[in-house]
Structures are given as structure tokens and as C-alpha cells.
Design a protein around this ligand. Structure first.
Ligand SMILES: NC(=O)c1ccc[n+]([C@@H]2O[C@H](COP(=O)([O-])OP(=O)(O)OC[C@H]3O[C@@H](n4cnc5c(N)ncnc54)[C@H](OP(=O)(O)O)[C@@H]3O)[C@@H](O)[C@H]2O)c1
Length: 190
């Protein structure tokens, strides 16, 4: 049985755990106060953007060779008007730089938590977009997600994290501005 380690037990950590557990994976949660041994070969960082680099530094050697999934939307919460990563860059690119021996993926950031929990976005099935440079890693994550009843699409190289974060940012501003519901958002029909 595959073990998925999830940092964080908030809205997204809980929803992602529900999806992969429904597909038969076992889930380990790690909290901020923990000093844990990572059990999974797939590690999801369901934490705020500001926690990525501290986690990478604390767990660097344990994360070597593992699939590490960045789900963050690095929004400037002071202004709610931009991202805090450099123009053209992404949180996932920064994480990959901090973890050169890990297989870093960007995924889940374009899905609002409620649509992962329900596996539905209105009338359509929820789809997770996955970007990364390691085809096998993307395939492994897609398999875990689809086994749990949620669609997964390979969105390209880790460079596409920039576009995924732009979509996630726009969606978040719409939801926070009460222009769309937190159960709504952008869907994919293929
Ligand atoms: N909510 C959404 O619909 C949504 C959609 C797409 C993407 N995202 C992204 O998903 C991420 C999580 O969002 P969320 O809504 O789930 O936030 P949340 O409900 O506030 O949960 C954040 C979790 O991260 C944990 N955490 C913080 N620092 C940590 C550390 N160093 N080690 C382990 N755990 C740590 C927190 O635990 P403590 O409380 O114990 O610190 C908490 O369980 C964010 O980056 C967000 O941008 C969210």
C-alpha cells in the first residue's frame, strides 16, 4: 500500500487525505510542532507558502528522492493584489531549488478544498492539474488522485507552475471577493 505523507491538517490537508485514502493509500499527517519521520514516498505540503522553505530545510535529507507536492498559492495577503514570488517564477520553482534531490510537483492549487472533498465542481467531476519535470512522479500522483475518484491531468513541466499559480490566485480573489462560491471555481472539461 502506498503511504502519502501530508504536512498540515487544515482545509486542504484534510481534503487531499480524503481523496488519496479513498483510493486505498494510507495517510500520515505531520503537524508544525512535530519532529517526524516521513513514512511516505509521496509528500504533500498542505501548508502556507511561508512554511515551504522552513519545511524543506528541516526535512531536506528525508525528502531526498521523494515526490514532494507543492499546493500553495503564494498570495500577497497584505494587498491581495499580487503574488509574492518573482515575476515569471513560482513557489514550486523555489521549492525545487531548495530541494534539488526531490521530485517536486505542483498540484491541487487550482482546486478549492470543498471541490476536492465533494469531488464535484457543479455538474462536473473535479480535476487536479499536475505540473512537474519527472513524468513518473506525475504519473504516480495522478494514479493516487484518480484512484480516489478525482480526475488528474498532466499540465506540463514545472514551468507551468507559474500559470497554475496565476489561475489559483485569480480563483482565490474571486472566492474571497464573494463573486463565486467556495464550492465553485474554475473547472476542466476534457
Ligand atoms: N483552502 C483552499 O481552498 C486552497 C485551495 C488551493 C490551494 N490552497 C493552498 O493550500 C495551502 C493550505 O491551505 P489551507 O486552506 O488548508 O490552510 P489551513 O486550513 O490554514 O491549514 C494550514 C495547515 O498547515 C499547517 N502548517 C503550517 N505550518 C506547518 C509546518 N511547518 N509543518 C506542518 N504543518 C504546518 C497548519 O497547522 P498549524 O495550525 O498547527 O500551524 C494547518 O494544519 C495554502 O498554501 C493555500 O494557499 C488552499
Amino acid at each position: 500500500m502506498t503511504t502519502v505523507t501530508i504536512f498540515g491538517s487544515g482545509n486542504m490537508g484534510t481534503a487531499i487525505a480524503g481523496v488519496v485514502a479513498a483510493g486505498g493509500a494510507s495517510v500520515q499527517h505531520i503537524a508544525s510542532a512535530d519532529d517526524a519521520t516521513i513514512m511516505g514516498d509521496v509528500v504533500v505540503l498542505a501548508v502556507p507558502y511561508s512554511a515551504l522553505v522552513p519545511i524543506a530545510a528541516k526535512y531536506a535529507s528525508q525528502l531526498d528522492g521523494k515526490i514532494v507536492v507543492d499546493i500553495t498559492n503564494p498570495v500577497d495577503f497584505q494587498t491581495f493584489d499580487s503574488l509574492v514570488v518573482p515575476a515569471g517564477g513560482s513557489a514550486a520553482a523555489e521549492l525545487a531549488e531548495a530541494l534539488p534531490a526531490s521530485k517536486v510537483l505542483k498540484a491541487f492549487n487550482t482546486n478549492l478544498a470543498a471541490t476536492l472533498a465533494s469531488k464535484k465542481l457543479g455538474m462536473v467531476d473535479t480535476t487536479v492539474l499536475i505540473a512537474g519535470d519527472d513524468a513518473d512522479a506525475k504519473s504516480t500522483l495522478a494514479g493516487l488522485v484518480s484512484a480516489g475518484g478525482v480526475n488528474a491531468i498532466d499540465a506540463g513541466s514545472l514551468q507551468r507552475a507559474h500559470e497554475l499559480e496565476a489561475i489559483g490566485f485569480l480563483q482565490l480573489t474571486l472566492a474571497a471577493g464573494e463573486k463565486i462560491r467556495w464550492t465553485g471555481g474554475f473547472g476542466v472539461i476534457n
